[in-house]
Design a protein. Structure first.
Length: 428
């Protein structure tokens, strides 16, 4: 039987398994193994590459930033940041909704995870939003949308993965995500303000500087954690891995000794949660290296390049088609498999047209982030539903409005490279 037919049968089989709920790691692993057998690619390579794929010091920052997110939630630092954001924005219509999105941005600047951002901030703010007269569906959608910046504002777990896969400086990627992440927050806050003004949601109270200063002092631990990550990496004092380790130590001591909201007996559970997430991500990263090799042997890059060339050869056309592919993939896949599967194929095509590789990484991952609130997958929508108890289908309506704001921000990031490259220190 022809190899192309066999590969098609293998692909159809694993897609069926995916639709039946088999974990994506196993789906990819089965596809890689099956195709390797079909094309007579040595299976011994899989074992070697799985080990070597994770034998990289820079990846140590991955579990550390995951642990950081769990620690700041357990230590009460996230709650203090949310209180400060509300104090600053309560004078505006929809101030509590704006504060929810702002809190997501600040939480993301420490944790690097979209789902952790949505779950933590959603759990804190959703009851307050309902009490203040917001539509509960809108409140849940606000938490889901705000969580999208979790993988853009540094530190970002997915930026670490992307940098590892594409051999780019993780420090440069972190810095490149700062302004686009802020732009996404502003875009979502604009949507939130418009909807709240239109529907009369939320109370308005005068700006109280005493309250702002009081909540700001209470949130100093969060600000210091953000400072450690961003300033340490931007200035070159720390590598991302060193910054992650220092931030974990700081958040742990803060929770145990300052806020005293982390109890010694709770540490095993916190470590277990972080370990479980790391255990899901690490195998995906390892198998992605093998999949890249198989894609290379199958000529996937050339096939996608030919597909994109069918639309035209201009750099703007190529970029728009790449963005469309990422957005479409984000509708059915989480950001990690989207990155693993499509980044090694699309990035070289975009770079060949003159797009800076770091700039394209931000374009790619902002698109993947939008996928978190794009049905039918929309991971953040499921997380928000689980945290708030609002059915998934009821959250989607308002999430779509937020998605329009995010797409506008995405287009600005794509066609104004300064947002991605403006803060990166120039060498020489």
């Amino acid at each position: 039987m022809d190899n192309s037919i066999l590969i098609t049968l293998v692909s159809v089989g694993v897609i069926a398994l995916f639709l039946l709920g088999v974990p994506i790691f196993l789906v990819i692993a089965l596809w890689v193994t099956g195709v390797s057998i079909v094309i007579d690619f040595t299976l011994a390579n899989i074992g070697v590459t799985l080990f070597e794929g994770l034998n990289f010091f820079g990846l140590l920052s991955l579990p550390l930033f995951i642990l950081t997110g769990d620690l700041i939630a357990a230590a009460g630092i996230a709650t203090r940041l949310a209180n400060f954001a509300h104090a600053c924005l309560s004078w505006m219509r929809g101030g509590l909704g704006l504060a929810t999105i702002g809190s997501c941005g600040m939480f993301a600047a420490i944790s690097g995870s979209n789902s952790a951002t949505t779950a933590t901030i959603g759990g804190i703010m959703h009851p307050l939003l309902k009490k203040d007269g917001y539509d509960s569906r809108f409140a849940a959608a606000t938490a889901a949308a705000g969580g999208t910046v979790g993988i853009i504002i540094p530190p970002s777990i997915i930026f670490i993965v992307y940098g590892f896969l594409m051999n780019l400086s993780i420090s440069d990627l972190f810095v490149a995500g700062i302004l686009p992440g802020i732009l996404m927050v502003i875009a979502m806050q604009g949507v939130c303000w418009y909807l709240c003004k239109k529907n009369g949601w939320g109370s308005v109270s005068p700006l109280d500087m005493k309250r702002v200063l009081h909540t700001g002092r209470s949130a100093y631990l969060g600000f210091f954690a953000i400072f450690i990550v961003i300033f340490g990496i931007y200035s070159g004092i720390f590598s991302p891995t060193e910054a992650a380790a220092i931030t974990v130590g700081f958040c742990l001591l803060a929770g145990l000794l300052i806020t005293r909201e982390i109890k010694w007996r709770a540490l095993p559970d916190i470590l277990l949660r972080s370990g479980q997430l790391t255990g899901m991500l690490a195998p995906m990263i390892a198998i992605s290296i093998v999949m890249q090799q198989v894609f290379g042997l199958l000529g996937a890059g050339e096939a996608v390049a030919a597909f994109i060339a069918w639309f035209g050869s201009g750099d703007i056309v190529v970029l728009l088609v790449c963005m469309g592919i990422v957005l479409a993939a984000g509708c059915i896949l989480e950001s990690l498999p989207v990155t693993v599967i499509f980044a090694p194929i699309l990035a070289p095509i975009a770079v060949a047209t003159g797009v800076d590789p770091v700039h394209f990484s931000v374009i790619f991952l902002v698109g993947a982030a939008i996928g978190f609130i794009t049905p039918p997958f929309g991971l953040n929508l499921f997380v928000a539903s689980g945290v708030t108890g609002i059915p998934y289908s009821q959250i989607v309506r308002y999430a779509m409005v937020y998605m329009l704001g995010l797409i506008i921000a995405w287009l600005i990031v794509a066609f104004v490279p300064w947002f991605s490259l403006g803060l990166i220190p120039k060498v020489g």
